[in-house]
Design a protein around this ligand. Sequence first.
Ligand SMILES: Cc1cc2nc3c(=O)[nH]c(=O)nc-3n(C[C@H](O)[C@H](O)[C@H](O)COP(=O)(O)OP(=O)(O)OC[C@H]3O[C@@H](n4cnc5c(N)ncnc54)[C@H](O)[C@@H]3O)c2cc1C
Length: 559
Amino acid sequence: MSSNAANGRVQAAGEFDYIVVGAGSAGCAVAARLAEDASVTVALLESGPDDHHYTVWTPIALAKTALNAGPRNYAYYSVPQPGLNGRRSYQPRGRGLGGSSSINGMVYIRGHRNDYDQWRELGCEGWGFDDVLPYFRRSEANQRSAKGQEDLLRGDNGPLHVSDLRSPNVFSRRFIDAARQAGLPLNHDFNGAQQDGAGLYQVTQHNGERWNSARAYLHRGDANDRGMNGGRKGLTVLTDTQTLRIEFKGRRATGVRVVRAGVEQSLRARREVIVSAGAFNSPQLLMASGIGPAEHLRGHGIAVVHDLPGVGENLQDHLDVTIQKAVNSTDLFGYSLRGAARMVSEIARYRRNRTGMVSSNIAEAGAFFRSRPELAEPDVQLAFVLALVGNRGNAKKKPGHGYSCHACVLRPESRGHVRLNSADMRDVPLIDPRFLSAEADMDGMVAGIRMIRRIYAQDALMQAGGKELRTDGFGPGDGDERAIRDFVRDNADSIFHPVGTCKMGVDDLAVVDPALRVRGVEGLRVADASVMPTLIGGNTNAPAIMIGEKAADLIRAAA
Ligand SMILES: Cc1cc2nc3c(=O)[nH]c(=O)nc-3n(C[C@H](O)[C@H](O)[C@H](O)COP(=O)(O)OP(=O)(O)OC[C@H]3O[C@@H](n4cnc5c(N)ncnc54)[C@H](O)[C@@H]3O)c2cc1C
């Protein structure tokens, strides 16, 4: 168990104004912002350990932490997916301070403004793009703004560092050139006025280190900050503390039951409990606490506090497919003697000045494009990866070097769900994304593969040589559509952006209202990626943090 000065205190105190469950992307923001008011007390409860570890702060370590189960990755699997020929989908989730922002790809994307305007049209008053932009800006310290290029879209003074890559790889630049040769425009800022085009991603890094939400909102990376609270006296951060259920008096949430070092205890919340346990564990916790589809809960012997059928429904995720090309260059990550020698020198370089390949987020460049010109916004995202990385199902370590490009459909129509395997939060949740259950999603996947192969065929990448892997069956040109569809069903998997399982809204399946209050009970909110009514067109870390920022204001406004 992590040592933490606050750990001793809680045994005696055990009572706070607010309890936030889950110290991930959103939870750190909610708790820290609430604790800015020195007159309130906040407990931030986290199942996993602290984040003072080289595998968190060293960018390249994500190759290990994101792809393998470990102390900082739950590494869930879905139930078998008929749309993926019966394969289980790999579903990594961060555990410990920072949550998934401690193992993610660090790509900083907010999504398209139309995504948020759609939320507002769905009844989420106060969540249109112009409403949420101030929260994106408040969270952000963009390196470009610090250089005096601030505009009305970017923030320069927030806790979340957003930086340009320190040592962009020569192949990332080749990819961008090839994408331009294939007809995509150059885009210097995917979070600027236009999302379309190809370019380098900005990353949640600072001075070449990962900047997760715990560094941003809690301790700034200072391992000597024993309370892990950045000096906020009212904020008690409890690691290795799993919440087992929310406790109620009638319909009012009064606190939580937790387990710490094998010992169960109750913590009281005088004002509110805020659940920020992520898209899988937030609905799991609500259900384990008696809030959810009544029949399902009774089936697991759980006393129903409130019958809320939408809990766990509406699961949306970005399905992703990868095309790999073997290229014999140690500028690319891979397994070879020459590659190992290169990594030794790159590690030394990183130790010296936090630059080079070790500071890479591996998915340095990417693109957004419209698979049909009549679309109002890009519907496919590409991420160019500097290694031979397949989708999880075939991610075996093989000798050699190469690159890969991911394509995902940004607004899938498939809807899945999260349910309980048992009433015990120590059990894993049942995850069923129902990938490709909506046939329309396949069209975007095919368009994505075709765009990747068009880009691969351009001079800027062809000059580096190499051989495309496993695409022989596609045939010439754009390839045989049926063969590509088969490839998708055999290979595609999640790119790790599950959302929507405690959706915000005003319809019967809404779990929280636009103030993030759980419908039908008192003193309980959800604030994390699970409240998104629809998946946004991009990566989901920045939006989850935005939700945390806005949640804190909504909670304060009600106090
Ligand atoms: C491998 C990977 C790569 C990704 N790459 C990117 C990327 O490059 N860019 C991007 O924008 N997004 C990326 N994402 C997605 C993004 O990181 C997530 O959408 C975002 O972090 C979700 O934030 P959250 O607050 O909803 O949940 P999380 O950050 O997952 O936080 C939930 C927290 O709650 C804790 N918790 C759960 N249950 C309990 C309990 N019962 N008691 C106490 N604590 C509990 C968990 O341990 C965790 O710390 C990636 C995700 C993964 C997994």
